[in-house]
Design a protein around this ligand. Structure first.
Ligand code: NAI
Length: 286
């Protein structure tokens, strides 16, 4: 029977979320996505107008279908959490039911259950500030959007994830090695995400035999990464210094997510899986 996946963090065809959606679709999964509320209109209208048709193409020539796009803001767990100014903001006012709890309820109502949950989102308002110059507010915002959002998604979706299901997030090596420029508490947020992956693997594994893993991905020129500012340098650095001197394709991360969500990975949980051309294994650049 075909599997169903919910992928949080798809708002264009450049990022890892999109690539994961394609790999899962190619493997036969039904695709649902969660799109950040302020990006919803442009994403849906681009989809409708065929702007993504070229990148919807799968290996067999067919186009990836997205069964449904849900507006989502993973910083808010339920309507009581949403501040008045956000409620009134015109980028939010047009959409409904976009808190994590409401999205899980909507997916349950529309489809019943899912098999695969993917968290492919992050946000750190002070990412361009060094950690030692980051404000408390900026640090907590990075953790809220990039780490707690995963706990919240898993918490609210767990009741509708089928046994033997899989949850996956995306992390970055800045959690464990110094990457100057990845500031604002984003390195801390990724460290939390990786640690939480282990604890959540235990809890979801014991409760429902659901596997929880995270992919530590190499640099990709996504929209989010371009906003940080140093992505081209990181891509060049990786190309020069990694064991595999080749471009890293988003598809390679997508394929790993498909593998991790398949029975081929039935004993893998609580793991950080590197998909980075091996750069993490280097001690010095040469
Ligand atoms: P992206 O821009 O395609 O994805 C980030 C998504 O998060 C966007 O669609 C954005 O709308 C969404 N988002 C932000 N705040 C949100 C919120 N509060 N609620 C719901 N959605 C929200 O960029 P990318 O780079 O593909 O990011 C996906 C994941 O991959 C992130 O966790 C990122 O940290 C991780 N990653 C990216 C690397 C890179 O070099 N691009 C390297 C390693 C990890």
């Amino acid at each position: 029977k075909g599997k169903r996946a919910f992928i949080a963090g798809v708002a264009d065809d450049n990022g890892y979320g999109w690539a994961i959606a394609k790999s899962l679709a190619a493997a036969g999964a039904e695709i649902l996505v969660g799109t950040w509320v302020p990006a919803l209109n442009i994403f849906e209208s681009s989809l409708r107008r065929g702007k993504f048709d070229e990148s919807r193409k799968l290996q067999d020539g067919s186009l990836m279908e997205i069964a449904k796009v849900y507006p989502l803001d993973a910083v808010y767990d339920n309507p009581e959490d949403v501040p008045e100014d956000v409620k009134a903001n015109k980028r939010y006012a047009g959409a409904t039911n976009w808190t994590v709890q409401e999205v899980a309820e909507s997916v349950k109502k529309d489809f019943g259950t899912i098999d695969i949950l993917v968290h492919s989102l992050a946000n750190g308002p002070e990412v361009s500030k060094p950690l030692s110059e980051t404000s408390r507010k900026g640090y907590l915002a990075a953790l809220s959007a990039s780490s707690y959002s995963y706990i919240s998604l898993l918490k609210h979706f767990l009741p509708i994830i089928n046994p033997d299901g899989s949850a996956i997030s995306l992390t970055y090596i800045a959690s464990e090695r110094i990457i100057p420029g990845y500031g604002g508490g984003m390195s801390s947020a990724k460290a939390a995400l990786e640690s939480d992956t282990r604890v959540l693997a235990f809890e979801a594994g014991r409760k429902k035999r659901i596997r929880v893993n995270t992919i530590s991905a190499g640099p990709l020129g996504s929209r989010a990464a371009k906003a940080i500012g140093f992505i081209d340098m990181m891509i060049d650095y990786s190309f020069t210094n990694a064991p595999l001197q080749k471009e890293l394709h988003a598809e390679e991360v997508g394929n790993t997510a498909a593998f991790l969500s398949s029975p081929l990975a039935s004993a893998i949980t609580g793991a950080v899986i590197y998909v980075d051309n091996g750069l993490n294994a280097m001690g010095v650049g040469v």
